[in-house]
Design a binder for this molecule. Structure first.
Ligand SMILES: Nc1ncnc2c1ncn2[C@@H]1O[C@H](COP(=O)(O)OP(=O)(O)OP(=O)(O)O)[C@@H](O)[C@H]1O
Ligand SMILES: O=P(O)(O)OC[C@H]1O[C@H](OP(=O)(O)OP(=O)(O)O)[C@H](O)[C@@H]1O
Ligand SMILES: [Mg+2]
Length: 285
């Protein structure tokens, strides 16, 4: 039987959530410790545990068909690899930062400076585009320490909360790109495996949609129903059912996770009571 081959980060920030999203898609993976390759019991899939930084090359060569990888790594490696889905986790930026005491005015301030980074191509392309030449020091980790030990004048690295910059007395001055985990596809994927990819994508989309939504149930007196309903979106339109108690209705709907606190405040003001908010497991359109 043909199986789709997926690369996942062996260990690091992407590993856990990558496995979780497959699990939420109903794909069980037999996971032996220190195993570099595993199979799914209930989906035609083989999982390869690899270094994030090596994955673009495996995709290019067609050694794996798809991968869950940081978008920033695809940009850095400059491979012509398409993205099938953005996965909504491991969101970060790749930024240039300088010591807090540096009076930064513009990108011109990087001319002739020493920049420490693990993302040389991203920095080079960004600076080249602006006509700036800098001296890059390529290091593979703990980049933020470089200015403090006299190795560089500035750095380019991943920024998320900004706390690593803060702790190292640095400030972010240019955001070169924003990134998140993505499902990337090998240019060499076969037709047969593409069909499996489509099946997987359908499941991922249902999971991501569900993660972004809440199921809301509430009670409202009938005379307030119109106002309550005007506040609700719903997948098509809200469901309204009569309660056993005369003059009252139960309303069921789906609300976007990001706006639901505001909507709930409005609903309460409009006369809604007994509001229940529940997670949704899958959402198929
Ligand atoms: N602080 C962060 N917040 C959010 N996402 C991050 C953060 N740091 C890294 N990432 C994202 O997670 C990916 C993996 O980061 P991690 O530090 O685990 O591994 P890596 O050193 O890039 O890769 P590997 O060692 O596997 O080659 C990064 O490429 C980036 O997309
Ligand atoms: O803005 P923050 O929330 O502080 O996150 C940014 C830090 O996170 C990453 O490091 P990580 O912890 O992955 O360590 P690493 O350098 O060993 O990869 C990245 O390289 C930054 O140093
Ligand atoms: Mg890291």
């Amino acid at each position: 039987m043909t199986k789709i081959r997926i690369a996942i980060q062996k260990s690091g920030r992407l590993n856990e959530e990558s496995l979780q999203i497959l699990k939420d898609c109903g794909i069980s993976i037999d996971n032996g410790k220190d195993q570099l390759k595993a199979s799914s019991r209930n989906f035609p899939m083989e999982v390869f545990y690899l270094r994030n930084g090596d994955i673009p090359q495996y995709l290019r060569d067609g050694v794996v068909d798809i991968a869950i990888i940081g978008e920033n790594v695809l940009v850095e490696k400059g491979e012509d690899i398409s993205i099938a889905e953005k996965l909504g986790f491991s969101k970060c930026k790749v930024s240039l930062a300088v010591p807090k005491s540096f009076k930064y005015k513009s990108i011109q301030d990087f001319e002739g400076k020493r920049i420490a980074t693990s993302y040389p191509n991203t920095v080079n392309n960004y600076l080249k585009d602006k006509g700036i030449t800098a001296d890059l020091h390529i290091i593979s980790g703990s980049v933020e320490i470089a200015p403090n030990i006299g190795l560089a004048d500035a750095i380019c690295d991943i920024v998320s909360s900004g706390s690593t910059l803060f702790k190292n007395n640095l400030k972010e001055v240019e955001v070169m790109l924003t990134s998140e985990a993505v499902l990337a596809v090998s240019p060499k994927i076969s037709e047969e495996r593409r069909a499996l990819l489509e099946k997987l994508q359908f499941r991922i989309q249902s999971v991501l949609r569900a993660r972004g939504s809440k199921y809301v149930l509430l009670n409202a007196p009938n005379e307030k129903l119109e106002e309550v309903l005007s506040l609700l979106p719903g997948m098509r339109s809200p469901t309204v059912l009569p309660l056993a108690e005369k003059g009252w209705s139960s309303v069921h709907t789906v609300i976007n996770k990001d706006s639901f606190w505001e909507v709930i405040d409005e609903l309460k003001k409009a006369g809604a009571e007994g509001i229940l908010v529940c997670p949704i497991e899958k959402m198929v359109l």
